[in-house]
Design a protein around this ligand. Structure first.
Ligand code: PGA
Length: 251
């Protein structure tokens, strides 16, 4: 059906979904490396991808998966946080994945939480993605606002990496981790919808009943900047990896 090209893949549970995707990513890394270049992965943070990173670390330790020829670009970072802040996405990614695999530090890209100049930093981030040859696979989660990255409602289809004000719902969802709503940053840097949609392949993970309503909107609702994940409907190679609970409102 035109305009509805994204695939929906429903799994028994989140572990099975993450194991499946990790296996596919290992295959993608091998294929791209065999073609003579580094594999470029777009990565995501949050609770959702934690089992995926755990499985990628296991594949590295037990099955020889190497990240020596992998380049990564994370979707976003909170503005105002130093790298070493416990809730920075820099800290998250190193704890969950980078500290446990053989990736070269210079191949890791995460937007800066405290850039000298935000506009310059965002433009350089876009340029670094282009210089790497574009993103082969972009991992995504979905917020209750429908955001991918931190592309909150109103983020245009062609938006690029930029500073964004976090939606109140997004800040509320982060309040426990930060030890209170007043501790949650008000702004972030995020790749834009246009940046994300240029990836050759997209995989969005969503688990649990809390995500069921927004997952239905993203997959079956209108394609709109009010739900940035709905833009995946127009991408030629995008898949939603869901558990049964997250899929329960699909028609
Ligand atoms: P979560 O966040 O994985 O912690 O639910 C997802 C998101 O906001 O993109």
């Amino acid at each position: 059906m035109p305009g509805k090209s994204s695939k929906v893949r429903i799994f028994e549970d989140r572990e099975t979904a993450c194991r499946t995707l990790a296996g596919e990513l290992a295959g993608l890394i091998a294929t791209v490396n065999a073609s003579g270049r580094d594999a470029v992965l777009g990565l995501a943070t949050g609770n959702t991808p934690v089992p995926l990173y755990r499985e990628l670390v296991r594949l590295h330790r037990e099955e020889g998966l190497s990240f020596a020829r992998v380049v990564t670009f994370n979707l976003d970072e909170y503005l105002g946080l130093p790298r070493e802040h416990p809730e920075s996405y820099w800290t998250f990614m190193h704890r969950q994945l980078f500290d446990h695999v053989d990736i070269a530090p210079e191949n890791i890209h995460i937007p800066a939480g405290q850039p000298d100049d935000v506009g310059t930093h965002c433009a350089e981030y876009e340029q670094a993605i282009r210089d790497a040859g574009g993103i082969d696979f972009q991992l995504l989660g979905i917020g209750r606002t429908g955001h991918i990255g931190f592309n909150e409602p109103g983020s245009p289809r062609d938006s690029r990496t930029r500073r964004i004000e976090l939606d109140p719902v997004t800040r509320e969802d982060a309040a426990d981790a930060f030890g209170g709503l007043d501790q949650v940053p008000t702004h972030a840097i995020t790749m834009g919808c246009g940046t994300i949609l240029e990836a050759r392949r997209l995989g969005l993970l969503a688990f649990g009943e809390r995500k069921a309503a927004i997952v239905r909107e993203a997959i079956e609702g209108p394609i709109t900047a009010e739900v940035s994940a709905s833009f995946l409907q127009e991408h030629p190679d995008a898949a939603f990896f869901l558990d049964r609970e997250a899929a329960e409102q699909l028609g």
